[in-house]
Design a protein around this ligand. Sequence first.
Ligand SMILES: Nc1ncnc2c1ncn2[C@@H]1O[C@H](COP(=O)(O)OP(=O)(O)O)[C@@H](O)[C@H]1O
Ligand SMILES: [Mg+2]
Length: 650
Amino acid sequence: MPDVTNQLLSSVGAPAPLRGADVGAARERTRRRRLWWIAALLTPLMVWMWWRVLTGDPVGPPSMPTIDPLYLMAGLFFLFLLLIIVASSVGGGRSPHIVVRPEQIEVGLDDVVGIDVVKAEVVRTLNLFLAHRTFAIEMGGRSRRGVLFEGGPGTGKTHTAKALAKEAGVPFLMATATSFQSGLQGASQRKVRNFFKALRKAARQYGGAIGFIDEFDAIALRRPTMSMSPQPANPSSGLLSCGGLVGLPALARTVTPSVVTTPFTGGGDAQMTVNELLVQMQSFDQPTGGQKLYGALVDVINLVLPAHRQLKGPGPARANIMLFASTNTAERLDPALLRPGRFDQRLSFDLPGKVGRRQIVDHFLARKAHVAELDGEERRDALAAITHGYSPAMLEGLLDEALVQAVEAGRRAMTWQDVEHARLVTEIGLGQPVTYTAHEERLIATHEAGHATVAWLVAPQRRLEVLTIIKRRDALGLLAHGDTEEVYTRARGEMERLIQIAFGGQVAEEVFFDDISTGPSGDLQYATTVAAQMVGAAGMVETLVSFAAVQGSAFSDSGIVGRVLGDSEGRRMVEQVLTTQRDAVRLLLAENKHLVAALRDALVERHELIGTEITDILQAAQRAHESATADAPAVIDLRDPVTVDDPDVG
Ligand SMILES: Nc1ncnc2c1ncn2[C@@H]1O[C@H](COP(=O)(O)OP(=O)(O)O)[C@@H](O)[C@H]1O
Ligand SMILES: [Mg+2]
């Protein structure tokens, strides 16, 4: 019926799973066949028993033979021993999966929010799977068999898989890759084999089955014998693409998994496990035991039949299986696993953008106690804006931490301040009360005030978030500032301003103390990194040469900073960028000593300023300075107008 087919295929892209598609039809067929078999087997038995009844000789219970208890005990003992031996050898290679029942899972596809693109693709893949027969017969398509979820930790891979399990409507076999590992020689391979066996069996019984292997890298790491790059590294062959704009390097917050070597790489057993996976991924269509028997029988009969009377053996055994796997980096997986026909589709779970984060915030806040203020559009948008670089799991963690802060303060619902504090705690760490000497306190306050002043003056588009002289982790004090909008590229001017902000602290020390401390070492490191990127990667200074393209030299192992600084010309250019910006900051701060002083005094007094508190002080100081220079150029105390009472912050 082409109408039904068309309908089915056109609804593959629907936002919800297709229920009762081909998979449902297949299940119904299997059910009928099963009933038919039961009837076929039971009927002769029933007929025979009725025959006995009617002929006056009904079948009674079988009479038990009498056995000597001594023999019975001995027999039972050996049976028991045999059972133990069989169980230990079979159990060692048992498939570690669990079959997930939809009613055991509380997350559905509605709970997967903020990653719409990935979600739509997952649903489409599922629908294609459920309508596989139509797709294959009508259009000659080959359904997807392996889909790889790739993404950083906490981006929702396992979460999505669970939702999928709830909605799929076919058996969902879940296993973590680590549970395939075993110390026993050969047991890992047997577990893999049995997992696929279970998948095939479920697929036959229910018309389809889905497998999911979490943290796939644990068993699928690249075999040491495989070359590092599956494709020839010749840039002039194949499809050329000019990369487009490359986004900003990941912030420190986003965890970029580096290549770690686990003891599992290179081991012979691990290699065999990968091989087993490769084999199993191709043998979805293996015949069942019954079909093999049937085939053998047909072969034997055919031996005596003439050529034109030969019987036909069983047809191909299709098991409708789809396999999902999740991993942090697909690069580390064995390339053979990623070729077409195996895990040929990769879905990348990226960090959500601002819109996505807003949806996730809405989703989580719907069940976490919060004050009415947090229901405002503005606050929620702000929350989505300041959590740039957060994964969904981190967002959840942040809101949980905010609840903890609320409980500590004796409240039953979180406020905006709780969220702000939670962010400080999760991103920078808990404040450690240490008592600085009076001089040190002034020095640190001056340093941080210098950063903030420069940031406020040169980069008004940046949001000043926290200015503090409370020690957190290694930082004696710090200025946290971020982009107001989410940005993916930076202009040269912006890069220069970032360097200027970094120099603000050191220069402020110079201006006020005529000396510099060891404090700014981190700032210099940051400034050098930015300058090296400008010189060596972005072509922003003098040279257009990209140091990132260096390969096969002594420096190609080091990062961009190492490569640029390893080159005498590059080093000179970095040096020049840095000194130019430092001199600019010197001029700037010499003219704006009053701003630094005002912030410093506020910091010494209050230790921590958050958000608008910082800008309020700077604005007040600026106003006071302007009126003072206009009326009477005299030295005035700037501290009084500083203590702004804002009910919103603090
Ligand atoms: N898209 C999302 N929508 C809602 N919650 C999410 C989403 N992604 C992740 N989460 C939350 O983050 C937690 C961790 O995600 P998980 O799927 O385990 O991450 P991973 O990608 O490391 O497997 C989940 O338990 C869930 O509560
Ligand atoms: Mg996971």
